[in-house]
Design a protein around this ligand. Structure first.
Ligand code: HEC
Ligand code: HEC
Ligand code: HEC
Ligand code: HEC
Ligand code: HEC
Ligand code: HEC
Ligand code: HEC
Ligand code: HEC
Ligand code: HEC
Ligand code: HEC
Ligand code: HEC
Length: 441
């Protein structure tokens, strides 16, 4: 619709407003001759006729008055024009068919745009309040990290206001497979997250095992942002009520990984967390939250250091001294024993616990998984032998001391020997040179 045509329509609207017929006056006060009965009856008939006419006119006006709204057709008369824009160039076009197909298809425009009562309507109309019909979502959102959205808070996640679909419909912006893309509008490498000092999440997520399962395998049951954060009442991970608060994480992951959560809660780490020892690891300390790798991948198996070693520093350094680690450090990926091959990953237990894979009675089985024919003799080998600790490993300590002294002694001897030998060689050379020079004279 051209600008001129819009103006014209609006002008027509205004004309109708000003040219409204007033109530027709039915009684003429100047004509009051009581003697003329005929004239009186005629006047009475006239009054009735006028009254009927007035009522008919009123009904007609009620039906045709352009200032009243009945159906969406009224609004679409103008807003179905695809090129309709406001002064700022923002499109004002509404696709009636799409709206009709959406979950709100049975609503009238005015159910949402509730402050439009007449036309021409004002240039600026109040923001649509979804809360009139969705009070729970609104109040959940109010208490969340997304409480103060400048744009319309609901449609920032639900997409175009006129094409909202139920969450189970593949066209919905909050359909499980579409959620990451919806959150990524703000939580990716783009400006929004950075402006608020938040890390970029989407790229890490989409490359993770969950992102892969969702985007490549099309798994509706793979974790999307909503599975771990919720939808409307999203809280910061620092809030103890949040599903991403450290001690709540095992149960958050456990909604899907139920068996692992049970194993974990029976292990030393899970028990420690339950007892409020926040230094112990939860799922995300070992797996990360967004960049979760498949544990059989080499990239994950190579990560003993960040996974267990960042907390058990002493055990890591002793492990590094052993054959198992040296083998792994030779470069590239080698199938050697990582921390969890001996300790388990989730039901990690101390050696004194008889259920522990490192309990003395279980070592033959534990080592035997890789060392066929492992026996009691073989498992005497200490995976964490600490040659620097005289009290724990005295034999190793003295052997190491002797070897180090021997090495240092040998090196010193040969160094002195070499230096003396060089000096002597130089002296011989100078002697020989002067002897040759003497011959020429
Ligand atoms: C006579 C044509 C016409 C009809 C009929 C009409 N509109 Fe509008 N509408 C306009 C124009 C023109 C604008 C742009 C106003 C501006 O920004 O100057 C507009 C703007 C709007 C806006 C945006 C206002 C804003 O704050 O940016 C909404 C919402 C809207 N109309 C809803 C409706 C609804 C709902 C109906 C039916 C109840 C309706 N319109 C009927 C012409 C019309
Ligand atoms: C489910 C509620 C809902 C219904 C039904 C609805 N609208 Fe809207 N409409 C909105 C929301 C939300 C906005 C975004 C602006 C705001 O916050 O008010 C909007 C914006 C608009 C705008 C401004 C342009 C834009 O896209 O930002 C126009 C024009 C408009 N609506 C017209 C209509 C017309 C015409 C109908 C009926 C055919 C209609 N709306 C039905 C919720 C609705
Ligand atoms: C941060 C993004 C986000 C915002 C903002 C948001 N929603 Fe949602 N909404 C979602 C997600 C994700 C789902 C799907 C939840 C699910 O799958 O269980 C959803 C689902 C819904 C549902 C379906 C019922 C339900 O709860 O499962 C309704 C209704 C709804 N939202 C309304 C709203 C309203 C109204 C607002 C504004 C007050 C709003 N939403 C704001 C993300 C959002
Ligand atoms: C006039 C009342 C009304 C208003 C205003 C309204 N809705 Fe709805 N909405 C409904 C009804 C009715 C349904 C269908 C409920 C059903 O079938 O369970 C619905 C369904 C929905 C659903 C799908 C729920 C699901 O099952 O997944 C979403 C999402 C939604 N509305 C979001 C919004 C948003 C966002 C706004 C504001 C822009 C809004 N609604 C405004 C009445 C309304
Ligand atoms: C319209 C942009 C926008 C969308 C869409 C959006 N967010 Fe946000 N989100 C923000 C902003 C901005 C903040 C920072 C709020 C603040 O700190 O005041 C934030 C904060 C967060 C935080 C809290 C960060 C912290 O610890 O403080 C989480 C978690 C979060 N969003 C998750 C999500 C999820 C999940 C979705 C999708 C369902 C989503 N967001 C969709 C803009 C958005
Ligand atoms: C498997 C569960 C899970 C999924 C899926 C997930 N998150 Fe998170 N997210 C977390 C946890 C747990 C935290 C708490 C901080 C941490 O451990 O790194 C978090 C933290 C955040 C933060 C705050 C960062 C901070 O340091 O404060 C934002 C923002 C966020 N997530 C957004 C998203 C978005 C967007 C998606 C989807 C693309 C998503 N998350 C998917 C579990 C998840
Ligand atoms: C909504 C359900 C859901 C939630 C919540 C969830 N996951 Fe998953 N996760 C899955 C599904 C489904 C797969 C399988 C993907 C595949 O194999 O393609 C998976 C795979 C994994 C894998 C790889 C397993 C393998 O052998 O390939 C790890 C590790 C993992 N999730 C850890 C976590 C952690 C840690 C959390 C919590 C921070 C979590 N998950 C939360 C559903 C979930
Ligand atoms: C102390 C570190 C650590 C913690 C805590 C941890 N995991 Fe694991 N997880 C691992 C390691 C290491 C593996 C690889 C095990 C293997 O390859 O044998 C693994 C494997 C997995 C797998 C793949 C299945 C398997 O057993 O190979 C899933 C799924 C998983 N973890 C989910 C979780 C969930 C959910 C939690 C929290 C309840 C959690 N993890 C806590 C270290 C940990
Ligand atoms: C975030 C730090 C952290 C990470 C990562 C971590 N642990 Fe632990 N671990 C602890 C804490 C703290 C305890 C002590 C719990 C207690 O006090 O009962 C513990 C206890 C243990 C125990 C029991 C020993 C004892 O003294 O009770 C074993 C065995 C163990 N961890 C092995 C591992 C292995 C194997 C990994 C990697 C798969 C790992 N840990 C990753 C912090 C961590
Ligand atoms: C080859 C198998 C093996 C590997 C690999 C291994 N451990 Fe151990 N670990 C053991 C055995 C056996 C014990 C018990 C005897 C001891 O303390 O030396 C033990 C003891 C421990 C303890 C003390 C448990 C207690 O009850 O006091 C911790 C903590 C530990 N290891 C962590 C680690 C970490 C972290 C790694 C990886 C950097 C690792 N282990 C690698 C076999 C292994
Ligand atoms: C995940 C598999 C795996 C586990 C579990 C494992 N190892 Fe090993 N270990 C290896 C590999 C691979 C080598 C190097 C190749 C070789 O010599 O067999 C090795 C080498 C060794 C060596 C030196 C070479 C040799 O064979 O004499 C000793 C000693 C050893 N392991 C002891 C143990 C003990 C004790 C345990 C149990 C506490 C254990 N290992 C558990 C994989 C494992």
């Amino acid at each position: 619709m051209s600008k001129a045509a819009q103006e014209q329509l609006r002008f027509v609207g205004k004309m109708v407003h000003v040219s409204l017929p007033r109530e027709p006056s039915s009684v003429d006060s100047r004509e009051s001759d009581p003697a003329d009965a005929n004239a009186g009856r005629a006047r009475a008939r006239g009054v009735i006729r006028d009254a009927i006419f007035a009522i008919l006119l009123a009904i007609l006006l009620f039906l045709c008055w352009p200032g009243r709204l009945h159906a969406q057709d009224d609004c679409l008369a103008c807003h179905s024009d695809k090129d309709m824009k406001n002064a700022a160039g923002h499109s004002l076009a509404v696709d009636g068919d799409k709206l009709g197909a959406s979950i709100h298809g049975s609503l009238k425009c005015g159910d949402c745009h509730a402050d439009i009562k007449t036309y021409p309507h004002p240039d600026k109309v109040a923001r649509v309040q979804c809360l009139t019909c969705h009070a729970t979502e609104e109040s959940d959102l109010k208490g969340s990290v997304h409480a103060d959205g400048k744009d319309h808070p609901c449609i920032s996640c639900h997409g175009d206001a006129h094409t909202i679909f139920p969450k189970a419909d593949a066209r919905s912006a909050v359909y499980p497979l579409n959620v990451p893309g919806t959150c990524a509008q703000c939580h990716s490498n783009n400006g929004m997250g950075q402006k608020h000092g938040l890390p970029s999440i989407y790229p890490k997520y989409i490359d993770s095992i969950h992102g892969y399962a969702l985007s490549k395998e099309g798994l509706l049951v793979a974790a999307n942002c909503q599975s771990c954060h919720g939808s409307h009442h999203i809280l910061s991970h620092k809030d103890p009520q949040s599903p991403t608060f450290k001690s709540n994480i095992p149960n958050t992951c456990g909604t899907c990984h139920a068996k692992i959560n049970v194993d974990y809660s029976q292990g030393a780490h899970g028990k420690a967390i339950a007892a409020g020892k926040m230094k112990a690891p939860v799922c995300t300390d070992c797996h990360t939250a967004h960049g979760i790798l498949q544990p059989t991948e080499a990239a994950f198996r190579m990560q003993s250091t960040p996974i267990c070693g960042s907390c058990h520093k002493d055990k890591l350094s002793t492990y590094h001294d052993t054959f198992h680690s040296q083998l792994g450090l030779l470069g590239g990926y080698v199938e050697t024993a990582r921390c969890w091959d001996c300790h388990g990953a989730h039901d990690v237990l101390p050696a004194r616990d008889p259920k522990s894979p490192i309990a003395p009675a279980n070592l033959v089985t534990t080592c035997g998984r890789c060392h066929a024919g492992a026996n009691l003799q073989f498992v005497q080998y200490q995976p964490h032998a600490n040659a620097r600790d005289r009290k724990l490993n005295p034999a190793l300590y003295f052997i190491r001391l002797f070897m180090n002294l021997l090495l240092a002694g040998t090196l010193t001897f040969f160094m002195i020997h070499t230096i003396l030998w060089l000096i002597r060689a130089r002296i011989e050379q100078v002697k020989n040179n002067s002897a040759i020079g003497g011959d020429h004279d």
